[in-house]
Write a new protein. Sequence first.
Length: 161
Amino acid sequence: MDLSTPDFEFLSRAESWIRDQGEILVLFRYSRMAGAKDFLFFNNEEGLRKRLMNAPSGTSVIVFRQKQLPIRGAVDAELVEAALMTVPDGEEFLVVDLDVSVLGYFHWTAGETRAELIKELTDRNGKRVAVGIYPPWLYDTEDVMEAIVPDADGEVRRGVY
């Protein structure tokens, strides 16, 4: 049975992870939206709760306990080199912009080759990003948990992603 985002178990664990780690990465996978998803960092409980309250029903919310995407800063030659040293060639990577786009969202991209990583970073020259290995999220573990945003009637119905 899927956890619901307002469940005490989910919220208390996610909020304790924020307090323990200083931040968490959260993956929002939106149902029936052609694979649309967002990656957002939260460093306080209020921000997380507000975002959860505004998420559409059926949204899959995956929370990561351990710090993710450790290479951070404005893209320059040093950051590109650090990213290349952190992400092995052939390992899936994730790049998340740390500043909101003009359209009001945080742009992200993923790939698997060094050439893709270099291109994604150089295309963002000067922009603030977080980079690292794409976090594994298919299964709940002691460091990863998923919950579903319930319908208006409080029912949890897993969406189509």
